[in-house]
Write a protein that binds this ligand. Structure first.
Ligand code: SIN
Length: 526
């Protein structure tokens, strides 16, 4: 087995990991682990933009108030204020790097870049690069990262376990390459930026979602996982049973798009006075209810009010993609359906991204900072990535070396599986499908005690089968990631069951009311 030494190990190359690497590299040497050849996680699929108070007509208190309202009483107000207050400077840093935000060319424009609206926002405050903001963002950051002399990018490694010492401090990570060869990467500090857990659901807005692996690895070192039951379903993923998952940005509704039943009836105004721009939990639940009522497998998103030149200027990616799937969005409505999109829960951190495990940080979707509460407001997530990457980079500037305490052996790092047979891919795929189907059918937008108990029973036996396979067969990235995903799914079901109320993204038919004084949920690995 290879053993290597590093100063700061950053696991994940999405917006959070790339920003942190760039901001810290002038102070410490960085090793950035990117799992694929050029995988930038869910960030690269983000369409809408980055929420920040930029317009002179907007103000920080309004952004704070909208975020708290969308979070349905479970946000940590200090985290909300911290994030919102640091938003404008995060955008300034991106502008200095050359981020190609869409300009506002209107003669009366109050701010030089176009600001759109999304659900829950009372103001236009979402700055964007047309409808491919995530792609432009990771490209801008990646260009800087790859030419920085103090950042080494390691491709094709999957981190499967964090290493700790006898005091319980994080000391690095154990990773596998695609052929299952292991490497111990010892590090002074580790930053997890591995993304969320939408992959445990069958239908997602991202073609290659994360599976909660970062959350489980941190929990294995004792870090608490917070609010796992709050899984966000984006209301509008393209309904395209034969195509790859494709998000249809909320910014379309921000520019006046309306949702219609299959019969053409506009249903949102009867449900919420904010109509199509109500927070996501409300819109996704309304679509789910409408589909169940009508027995349909999608609803329509109608953009035919916008002239073709506006569609092409603001939504070129979505228009082109719809065109390849035979839909002309200028003339006909788009078929849409909710899909798993974002994990509002994650590894609990402080305002510098520090977890409860010394020398372990978590930023981006893998983390729970308190910003999102029971429901994330649109475009607050890229903002959180940037603000917390900056804050964590500040905290990590000066190394804090401790005594050279012996390393714990680690569950996977200690054993050599070279002589064990390799499990064939069909078994892994079958288990993966069972996991994702169970989560979508029983732990989706609407839950009940019965559905959660069913999920628990299925996942318990799946967990036993996958654990046995991990002992019998060679450790491969796919097998270990599945093992992590099943454990995360079980913790999610348990957190959902323990929440005896409905709030934000968690709705149970058995507990439809909100409890006064409800708190975030905490989950630990036993
Ligand atoms: C979207 O463009 O609708 C997604 C933006 C987000 O999830 O924040």
């Amino acid at each position: 087995m290879t053993i290597s030494d590093h100063e700061v190990l950053v696991v994940g190359a999405g917006a959070a990991g790339l920003s942190l690497a760039l901001e810290l590299a002038d102070y410490r040497r960085i090793t950035l682990i990117s799992p694929g050849t050029e995988t930038h996680g869910a960030s690269q699929w983000a369409q809408g933009g980055i929420a920040a108070v930029l317009s002179p007509q907007d103000d920080l208190e309004a952004h704070v108030a909208d975020t708290l309202r969308a979070g349905d009483g479970l946000c940590d107000e200090a985290a909300v204020r911290f994030t919102v207050a640091h938003g404008p400077e995060a955008i300034d840093r991106l502008l200095a790097l050359g981020m190609p935000f869409t300009p506002d060319t209107a003669p009366q424009a109050a701010y030089p870049f176009h600001l759109t609206r999304e659900g829950g926002h009372g103001e236009r405050r979402v700055i964007h690069a047309a409808d491919a903001t995530g792609q432009a963002l990771v490209r801008t950051l990646w260009e800087q990262v790859t030419c920085h002399p103090r950042i080494v990018v390691r491709h094709g490694l999957t981190v499967v376990e964090l290493l700790s010492d006898a005091r319980g401090h994080c000391r690095g990570a154990f990773a596998l390459d695609a052929s299952g060869r292991g490497e111990k990467l010892l590090a002074q500090d580790v930053v997890l930026a591995t993304g969320g857990a939408s992959g445990i659901y069958a239908h997602t807005t991202s073609p290659a979602p994360a599976w909660g692996e970062g959350m489980i690895m941190a929990a294995e070192l004792g870090a608490p996982l917070v609010n796992l039951e709050f899984q966000q379903f984006h209301p509008t993923c393209l309904y395209d049973p034969d195509g790859a998952p494709f998000l249809v940005s909320e910014a379309l509704r921000g520019e006046g798009g309306v949702l219609r039943s299959l019969a053409g009836h506009r249903f949102m105004p009867n449900i919420d006075p904010r109509g199509e721009l109500a927070p996501r939990d409300i819109v996704a639940r309304a679509i789910d209810a409408e589909m169940k009522r009508a027995g349909s497998d999608h609803v329509w998103l109608d953009m035919t009010h916008l002239p073709v030149d506006a569609l092409e200027r603001l939504f070129p990616t979505i228009k082109a993609h719809c065109h390849t799937r035979g839909i002309d969005m200028a003339r006909e409505p788009i078929p849409v359906v909710p899909a798993a999109h974002y994990s509002c829960g994650g590894i609990g951190t402080d305002l510098h991204g520090a977890t409860s495990v010394p020398h372990l940080y978590a930023i981006g979707e893998v983390a729970y900072t308190g910003l999102h509460g029971a429901n994330r407001m649109a475009s607050n997530s890229l903002l959180e990535c940037l603000v917390f990457a900056h804050a964590a980079a500040e905290a990590l500037r000066i190394p804090e070396p401790g005594p050279n305490t012996p390393l714990r052996p680690g569950q996977f790092a200690r054993r050599s599986s070279d002589l064990l047979p390799r499990l064939d891919d069909t078994a892994i795929e079958r288990w993966r499908c069972q996991l994702r189907r169970t989560m979508s059918q029983q732990v989706g937008i609407v839950r009940s005690d019965t559905s959660l108990k069913r999920a628990d029973t299925t996942l318990k036996s799946l967990h036993a089968e996958v654990t046995e396979a991990c002992l019998k067969y060679a450790t491969t990235p796919d097998l270990i990631t599945l093992h992590h995903a099943v454990r995360l799914a079980r913790l999610t079901v348990d957190a959902a069951y323990r929440r005896r109320e409905s709030r934000g993204l968690h709705f149970s038919v058995d507990c439809p009311d909100r409890n006064v004084g409800a708190l975030p949920s905490m989950s630990y690995l036993s």
